[in-house]
Design a protein around this ligand. Structure first.
Ligand SMILES: [Zn+2]
Length: 246
């Protein structure tokens, strides 16, 4: 089981304290890595949150490492906002409505932030890509055979199947915005020269441009486990995010 350490950050607008948590590296085990770069451990995404919406005043700010404190006064800690009130903008990612709400928060952030550097826009758009893929990332994790093997009840299997279907439907209904985000992310990564070839190949694959993904992969000399899997999914013309390890 992953255990966490508290940190504290003060909202620059209203000065409210927010309590955050970082996983203790030595307790992180059984992480799952996905093709889009998302890492999940014990149902919790490990990729650190960079953008925060203050739960007290609605101010949107970047979480800078140098602003994070390891301790604050006891009276401040008692009044501080808990992690679940601002983590993922307070959205419940175990619910499809919460997953959609997170997607919308990122779109609003892109509109609302007056000036953002390319590196910051890349962070938001990658987070947006992960949020979209979260709509179906764990779909099918419970199979009918799990009910037959007595791992879950029939009702649990049925409700998880409905939940998965709803997530896929929501993802499909967002296709236009999903593609717009991917195209802009690819443009930013290519023009800033900050992307790795494999990362770009993955983004083109998710876009459905298998020809471009394939030609990029031909330029990758190190044939890792990930590259092998990526190649296979490109050949199969599969656009879906997939689990790489874990
Ligand atoms: Zn605030």
């Amino acid at each position: 089981m992953t255990s966490f350490e508290d940190f504290f950050v003060k909202c620059k607008c209203c000065e409210a304290f927010l309590i955050g948590k970082t996983p203790k590296t030595e307790t992180v085990s059984q992480s799952a890595l996905y093709s889009d770069g998302m890492i999940i451990n014990d149902l919790i995404p490990l990729n650190p949150q960079k953008l925060v919406l203050c739960p007290a005043c609605g101010y949107l700010f970047w979480l800078q490492q140098e602003d994070c404190l390891t301790a604050i006064a006891v009276e401040d800690e008692q009044k501080a906002y808990q992690w679940n009130s601002w983590r993922f903008f307070g959205c419940n990612l175990l619910d499809n409505k919460g997953r959609m709400a997170l997607i919308n928060h990122y779109w609003v952030a892109l509109e609302k932030l007056n000036y953002i550097a390319v590196s910051q826009e890349i962070i938001i758009r990658k987070s947006l890509l992960w949020a979209y893929n979260d709509l179906y990332r764990d779909a099918g994790s419970w199979q009918f055979s799990d009910f037959l093997n007595g791992k879950i009840s029939f009702n649990y299997w049925l409700s998880s199947k409905r939940f998965d279907q709803q997530g896929v439907e929501l993802f499909n209904s967002e296709k236009e915005r999903f593609i717009a985000n991917l195209e802009r992310l690819i443009y930013l990564l290519e023009s800033s020269g900050t992307a790795e070839i494999a990362e770009l190949a993955e983004l083109y694959r998710e876009l459905g441009d298998f020809g471009k993904a394939s030609s990029l992969l031909q330029g990758v000399l190190r044939r890792t486990h990930f590259i092998g899997l990526l190649n296979r999914h490109v050949l199969e013309k599969n656009k879906n995010v997939f689990k790489v390890a874990g």
